[in-house]
Design a protein around this ligand. Structure first.
Ligand SMILES: NC(=O)C1=CN([C@@H]2O[C@H](COP(=O)(O)OP(=O)(O)OC[C@H]3O[C@@H](n4cnc5c(N)ncnc54)[C@H](OP(=O)(O)O)[C@@H]3O)[C@@H](O)[C@H]2O)C=CC1
Ligand SMILES: CC(=O)[C@@H](O)[C@H](O)COP(=O)(O)O
Ligand SMILES: [Mn+2]
Length: 400
């Protein structure tokens, strides 16, 4: 930051108690002259948000759960902290769109993040998007809100940050230059597992990602490769690509974070150790570069970089990305809702790991979006709720 622009950026972190939220605070802590924490939000983990409020003294803290908010309010008061505590979904929208906020880190997990993302987009914020489900659900409607609000949308998901870093600054040149993109995938903990053995895996095994430390929902998604399916859909909207311009390759080391194949077949890649502080620092400082706290890879110690094609028998969910992108508008929202319900049921011990795909595929067969479902927030939330009800019924039938 130069001497003339000394005002600190006011940052709102949606989902500050999660893995991305904590990494964002770690980067911010390295740059106290650049960033000030204006608002922090969580769902119901009071102790974690309490400690963050005591450390950062934000103007606002939001808990979507009312009872948790009441407890936080009382404990902050007892500690002499003046942070104002708000609660409920509308309060998330309020802090995301607050006139004093310039930067919003969207790090809520799941479709619950869609409404505050839209609020930030409509208010013209710099929107750092980790919450991929919001874009998978919102699709064209989300991107329209970004353009209409004059927001700056910067990807935080490591693959999409990699693609963005490989592209020229002017999005108007992308279509002419880019032939296709290649999203890399680690293959997760079951990359080499016998497909028949997947019916017996436990939540702990599924959450043991080989390279990244992340929240439980995205960890299970990596294990099924539904994470990559969501990322294909995310890339379609972020970079305005046709579904057939997006490929996936397994790269078990997670050093190459993704690649762009140019029209002349030159391939550009972004590399780094698997540390989310790199894309977070990139998004916070763009177009400048700041210290993220991460180490660059020591190439003399890397055993090698390898690549393989995803095996559809092990990862049947991956193809649902292209199927839903080619299907009716809103199909990706149905897929996301089913997957959120199926993963929650798996983590709760209600269904088996391999049944996650069954729930997703059957919900997609049975829940067909109406023509205008994807054209408004209300329509998308209704579609999401209907698909969840259907998926929960399927889960119930499987558990019985
Ligand atoms: N972790 C990673 O490295 C990466 C994550 N992402 C994406 O970033 C997002 C966040 O992931 P991650 O940090 O791993 O997730 P975590 O589960 O670690 O954190 C989720 C955060 O969202 C809050 N939250 C959960 N449910 C709700 C809800 N219904 N309403 C409001 N807030 C809620 C949680 O609050 P509480 O603590 O109170 O439950 C927590 O602050 C996901 O969309 C994920 O796909 C993308 C790339 C990498
Ligand atoms: C760090 C990140 O961006 C995750 O989405 C990561 O990519 C998960 O790894 P998989 O490639 O195994 O899905
Ligand atoms: Mn990713």
């Amino acid at each position: 930051m130069n001497a003339l622009s000394t005002a600190r950026r006011q940052v709102c972190i949606l989902g500050s108690t999660g893995s991305i939220g904590v990494n964002t605070l770690d980067v911010i802590a390295r740059h106290p002259s650049r960033y000030e924490v204006f608002a922090l939000t969580a769902h119901r983990r009071v102790e974690e948000l309490l400690q963050q409020c005591l450390r950062w003294a934000p103007r606002y803290a939001v808990m979507s759960d009312a009872q948790a908010a009441a407890e936080l309010r009382q404990r902050l008061k007892a500690a002499g902290c003046r942070t104002e505590v708000l609660s409920g979904a509308a309060a998330l929208d309020e802090v995301a769109a607050h006139p004093e906020v310039d930067t919003v880190m969207a790090a809520i997990v799941g479709a619950a993040g869609l409404s505050p993302c839209l609020a930030a987009a409509r208010a013209g914020k710099r929107l750092l998007l980790a919450n991929k489900e919001a874009l998978v659900v919102g699709g064209a409607f989300f991107m329209h809100a970004v353009r209409a609000g004059g927001a700056q949308l910067l990807p935080i998901d490591s693959e999409h940050s990699a693609i963005f870093q490989c592209l020229p600054e002017d999005p108007a040149t992308w279509a002419q230059r880019v032939e296709r993109i290649i999203l890399t995938a680690s293959g997760g903990p079951f990359r080499q597992a016998d497909p028949a053995s997947l019916r017996d895996v436990t939540p702990e095994q599924a959450c043991a990602h080989p390279n990244w430390v992340m929240g439980r929902k995205i960890s299970v998604d990596s294990a099924t490769m539904m994470n990559k399916a969501l990322e294909v859909i995310e890339a379609r909207w972020l970079f305005d690509l046709a579904p057939e311009q997006i490929e996936v390759v397994i790269h078990p080391q997670s050093i190459i974070h993704s690649m762009v194949v140019c029209r002349d077949r030159s391939v550009l890649a972004q590399l780094g150790t698997p540390d989310m502080r790199v894309p977070i620092a990139f998004g916070l400082a763009y177009p400048e570069r700041i210290d993220s706290g991460a180490q660059a890879p020591d190439f003399t110690r890397l055993a090698g970089l390898s690549f393989e094609a995803p095996d559809a028998r092990r990862f049947p969910g991956l193809q649902l990305a292209w199927e839903t992108l080619r299907g009716a508008a809103g199909s990706t929202a149905v897929l996301n809702a089913a997957n959120e319900e199926a993963v929650a049921a798996f983590l709760a011990g209600t269904i088996r790991f391999d049944q996650i795909h069954t729930v997703n595929a059957r919900t997609l067969e049975d829940v067909v979006p109406t023509a205008d479902a994807a054209a408004s927030l209300e329509g998308l939330l209704d579609l999401d709720a209907g698909a969840r009800r259907h998926a929960r019924q399927l889960v119930k039938g499987m558990a019985a």
